[in-house]
Design a binder for this molecule. Structure first.
Ligand code: TRP
Ligand code: ZN
Length: 469
């Protein structure tokens, strides 16, 4: 799905490209198709080979079987898509793994591999506007990705009893063939088979009860709301599970690895409470369930996997749960169209931590803002967060200076405009793609103020902005 809309407004420096990269590539370059060959990238200027051009995915149907003892994954992925041009060939993203068969609309298709591109040539040309289904059968031992700057390993990470699967920004391709970029969101069905006794956790809600035959259990999960590929998970292992509903009646699924048994009830309770609270601040919760997973893989970080954030090897404090659950609105329901705009995810989620502290009487957002502002030597002043850098994507500047941008905006327009703006933002782009330009335009519309100077100073200048009064 490519539901992003480009609204007409004065472009601000560094925030000029449209966000609907799947339908309309962000800039001339790899996203631009040549003839009838789908482009090997979706058009993100900073991640030129991520995603693909020429089609728009509607739905992924993933049948997966994982054996922790051999670390072998076997999969059959059916991808339903719509052609955005005539296609004699197109790409999917896939990292490692061995492809045994590809079929397009039921007919065998030829294919080749080139780095992380799976190039598919259907027997018949696909016509612009036509729907088509491609099935890829594959298997192998998944290899995670590496980010030297911020994250270490990400993607499909084997653990002694299963797998810890957190894929931001482009690790979905370590376990299924995909249009691996948030500009092309789709719905998902997962059918995951693991040895009996283990639990397989994916996004959305479980369909039916897990079925066990011959020592293997199959879990069926369905995410019926559009989702970016990096938010998909198939986290597996030995888990303690608690299900129920929040005070407002939203279903909750909480799971913890055995060694975090003592944290299950807190995770369950806080998740329900915080999700309910955010729905009063940000507007209606966008999905059909909330939840959380604590695995015993010591990643040291968390990821906002849609409907079920995952915490890597630690019992999260409420502030972290507040961060990951705020992402359900900002990041998951509203997804960026290119990675440079990451502050729209991380600045908002970090600001949510400050709002949570304010709500629970642990210090105001203003005091957090001032603490950061006072440190004139903080390296974030040299890093403009409105242009997140591919080689340092998850920089602290994107998080903290991004959050400060929202606080500076709040001070400028007042709470009576700021909170309605945030709700209007979440509402206007629900399940879609967004850009910085669109946020600035909406902020100006809601407040009736010219805010270009404020956003330029906070997002795009490599120096500490002048003090906010
Ligand atoms: N988005 C995560 C957060 O701020 C951080 C993150 C980025 C991450 N990439 C990741 C976590 C990959 C796990 C795996 O909460
Ligand atoms: Zn975050």
């Amino acid at each position: 799905m490519a539901v992003g809309t480009a609204t007409a407004c004065a472009p601000s420096q560094g925030a000029v490209a449209p966000s609907s990269a799947a339908a309309a590539p962000a800039s001339a370059g790899v996203g631009t198709s040549t003839g009838t060959m789908g482009a090997p990238g979706i058009g993100d200027p900073d991640f030129p080979s991520d995603g693909n051009g020429g089609y728009d995915v509607r739905h992924y149907d993933l049948r997966l079987s994982y054996d922790p003892s051999s670390r072998k994954l076997a999969g059959s992925a059916t991808i339903e898509a719509k052609a955005a041009q005539d296609l004699t060939s197109f790409d999917l993203d896939l990292h490692g793994l061995t492809v045994s068969r590809v079929a397009v609309d039921g007919a065998a298709a030829s294919f080749s591999r080139s780095q992380d591109e799976l190039v598919i040539e259907p027997a018949q040309r696909i016509r612009n506007g036509d729907g088509f289904a491609v099935t890829v059968d594959y298997s192998g031992v998944p290899e995670p990705m590496h980010d030297t700057a911020n994250l270490g390993r990400y993607g499909f990470i084997a653990t002694p009893d299963g797998a810890f699967v957190t894929c931001e920004p482009n690790g979905a391709k370590t376990w299924f063939p995909s249009n691996d970029h948030p500009a092309d969101k789709a719905t998902y069905d997962f059918r995951i088979t693991v040895p009996e006794g283990l639990t397989a956790i994916a996004n959305g809600e479980m369909a039916g009860t897990p079925q066990t035959t011959a020592g293997k259990t199959t879990f069926v999960w369905r995410e019926k709301h559009p989702m970016a590929s990096y938010l998909a998970t198939m986290t597996t292992g030995k888990f303690q599970v608690r299900t129920g509903t929040s005070a407002k009646g939203l279903p909750i699924y909480a799971a913890v690895a055995d060694s975090f048994r003592g944290s299950l009830d807190t995770l369950f309770t806080q998740t329900g409470k915080i999700t309910d609270y955010w729905s009063t601040v940000f507007g209606p919760y966008p999905f059909s369930s909330t939840g959380g997973v604590i695995d015993d893989y010591a990643a040291g970080y968390a990821l906002e996997n849609q409907t079920k954030p995952i915490y890597g090897g630690f019992s999260p404090e409420p502030a972290i749960i507040a961060h990951e659950l705020a992402h359900q609105w900002f990041g998951d329901s509203l997804s960026i169209g290119r990675w440079r705009d990451l502050w729209l995810n991380e600045g908002f989620a970090t600001y949510a931590e400050w709002l949570w502290a304010e709500h629970t009487g642990q210090g105001t957002a203003d005091s957090a803002f001032r603490r950061y502002y006072e440190n004139a030597a903080d390296p974030m002043w040299a890093y403009p967060p409105g242009a997140a850098r591919a080689d340092d994507l998850f920089s602290a500047a994107v998080y903290n200076r991004g959050a400060m941008t929202l606080h500076a905006l709040r001070r400028e327009i007042g709470d009576q405009k700021f909170f309605p703006l945030i709700r209007a933002w979440a509402d206007a782009h629900r399940y879609g793609n967004v850009s910085t330009r669109e946020f600035i335009a909406l902020a100006e519309r809601v407040s009736g103020k010219d805010l270009k100077g404020l956003f330029d100073a906070w997002l795009f200048q490599p120096k500490r902005p002048a003090p906010v009064m």
